[in-house]
Design a protein around this ligand. Sequence first.
Ligand code: AMP
Ligand code: MG
Length: 310
Amino acid sequence: MSQAEAAVQRAAQALASGALAILPTETVYGLAADAADPRAVAALFEAKGRPRFNPLIAHVADLAMAETIARFDDRAQALAEAFWPGPLTLVLPITDQAAVCDLARAGLDSVAVRAPAHPVAHAVIAALGRPVVAPSANRSGRPSPTTFSDALEETGVFALAALDGGPCAVGLESTVVALLDEPRLLRPGAVTREQIEAVIGPLAEAEDDAHRSPGRMARHYAPQAPVRLNAAAPEPDEAYLAFGPDAPEGPRVFNLSPTGDLAEAASHLFAYLRAADRTAPRAIAVAPIPTHGLGEAIADRLNRAAGFVG
Ligand code: AMP
Ligand code: MG
């Protein structure tokens, strides 16, 4: 067995024993627990400082595992075929209440489910043989960790195992779509609205439902410094998240994408918010960023980091 395989086995054993594990996914680093184990899930809420009314996403190895816990209609099937494994979460009727415990679902009769594309996350879930819940590995309210060291700094102390999968390729959380009545976009994310609508047609907006949805609260993903949006240039003592080729340079300037590429900007967003915060600025100013495609999810996270509802 290679070192990497042994590490996967150790993480799966840690989860099976009721402990927590830090896992890389393609979106952000997750703090994982066995979805069927209420004590492990309680420890996970505790470690994150996350309010218990916020349901968690069940991560599965593949569609077959997902179909053992949730009911897939034609639209769900089509979306899973188009985007799994990948950064799309589907909220569906639960069919096996024990497989994703009440606490993990916040008592709802629906379940959020996704099959991550990262090979390490996939290998651990397959080795465990059942779903894991894996919210972002940050303390509640803080920016999501997109590197192994940021994940360790946030919640490493609570994890029995931690796997380094390198920097997260996507860097933003999954898109969340509910398929309970008409299809609804609950959270914009790495798969764009346009991509989803191309498969199942128009998406309705989420009802205002901040209580059920942690990433939906007004201030979330927040660094210590205040965040100032749509800033053409930084003011004295501000750090600056720039975008595009015409940005100023300086020790406190972090360019999300010098070429103006939204996917690159998304992948750097949380790491650069943290880096800017470490310079102890008066505020973090952020350049205007286009809001089409992936820009919708970037704008959503920035609005919440700044304390505005998007
Ligand atoms: P995260 O903090 O990345 O683990 O995200 C969890 C997200 O999944 C929340 O923002 C919710 O929007 C969503 N979610 C999870 N379970 C449900 C559910 N049963 N009903 C509605 N939304 C859910
Ligand atoms: Mg989160």
